[in-house]
Write a protein that binds this ligand. Structure first.
Ligand code: SF4
Length: 346
């Protein structure tokens, strides 16, 4: 496909969202990336939070992090370029150890993934012996390796219930733990708020979900007041909240689900106004695919880590084979078990 055709294809989706001069410039970058992708036998994955021009031009697959890693594992390519953040690229490496996995920016971290370490998990296990650890996929490989099973935002409650135990450790997202507790009728405690010194009777107490104080720096910003203000202005609006939002925000919304579930919900319902309480680039990406529907914006809420991934850096990633994601084999094997156990549940 020529530069002009790349531009036309992007324009068809994005003319209402991205200024024309920017589209022309980005079409040239996208053309070069697609050329390099073929030359290097690479596959490009684009997370739902990528900026619209990137999202609609270079990925072979788009979606949420786990879905993308699973697809990449099946693709017959030597290189996986993950346009997302580090923990996502690590998950791709966990599932595709024989492939080279590249992350276009070294700075693409995540406040949730950084909120907990492998040592923290080992300490929780010491404090609550025998209690299984459920770990959200938004964590680094060494944390996954210390866990029994992973979960995503869409299967968290199902994973918790599949274990059939009275008590579980659910890390690291505080709000998601509370949302899962509401969904499963369990109650939740946060041991970092009370003494970590082990008390004789600790294991006898009636804990059900033991959480952690991690938060997504994007989703924690949404408030019930935001929802009330938007509903006042647009009484017909349908509000979708990511489960990383607070339980109060989830409760005041019409639907809660992970990024792929939100996209499906918008596609399968027929309202005119929607408000997606999630990373704001996704609102643009959903708007580009649903031109008959209006996505309202609370658009100061861009994830700084996702924002690190640009078309410019993706060109460099392919040209210079950077930044290679490595996971030590011992950690990878254990982390893979946690991920595979979750995949078996669905
Ligand atoms: S949106 Fe939140 S959970 Fe996702 S990468 Fe950014 S900080 Fe992490």
């Amino acid at each position: 496909m020529s530069v002009e055709k790349t531009y036309q294809k992007m324009k068809a989706k994005l003319s209402r969202i991205v200024p024309d001069f920017e589209l022309r410039y980005k079409a040239e970058l996208a053309y070069e990336i697609n050329r390099l992708k073929k030359e290097k036998n690479a596959v490009i994955l684009g997370h739902n939070y990528m900026e619209p021009a990137l999202f609609h031009s270079i990925p072979d697959y788009t979606g949420d992090s786990l879905e993308l890693s699973r697809r990449a594992a099946k693709a017959d390519k030597d290189i996986i370029v993950f346009c997302g953040v580090r923990f996502m690229a690590e998950t791709a490496k966990i599932l595709s150890p024989q492939k080279t996995v590249l992350l276009p920016s070294e700075k693409a971290g995540c406040s949730l993934a950084e909120s907990i370490t492998a040592k923290d998990v080992r300490n929780l296990r010491k404090r609550f012996p025998g209690v299984p650890v459920v770990t959200y996929v938004n964590t680094y490989a060494d944390v996954k390796a210390e866990s029994d099973i992973c979960c995503t935002s869409s299967n968290a409650a199902a994973v918790v219930e599949s274990l059939g135990t009275d008590t579980i450790i659910f890390i690291p997202d505080e709000y998601m733990a509370k949302n899962v507790a509401n969904e499963t009728g369990k109650h939740v405690i946060f041991p970092t708020q009370i003494s970590m010194v082990r008390h004789e009777s600790t294991t006898d107490l009636d804990y059900e979900i033991i959480g952690w104080h991690g938060k997504c720096e994007v989703h924690e910003k949404f408030t019930v007041e935001d929802i009330l203000n938007v509903r006042k202005q647009f009484p017909d609006v349908v509000i979708l909240a990511h489960p990383e939002c607070s339980p109060e925000v989830v409760d005041a919304s019409d639907f809660s689900g992970g990024t792929s579930a939100m996209i499906k919900y918008v596609e399968q319902t027929s309202a005119y106004h929607y408000l997606l309480l999630t990373e704001c680039a996704m609102g643009d990406n959903v708007a580009a695919e649903n031109r008959d529907k209006e996505m309202l914006r609370l658009c100061s809420v861009r994830c700084p880590h996702m924002n690190e991934i640009t078309l410019e850096d993706t060109v460099k990633a392919l040209r210079h084979n950077q930044y290679v994601i490595d996971v030590p084999e011992e950690i990878r094997v254990k982390a893979a078990q946690s991920v595979e156990r979750m995949i078996a549940i669905g």
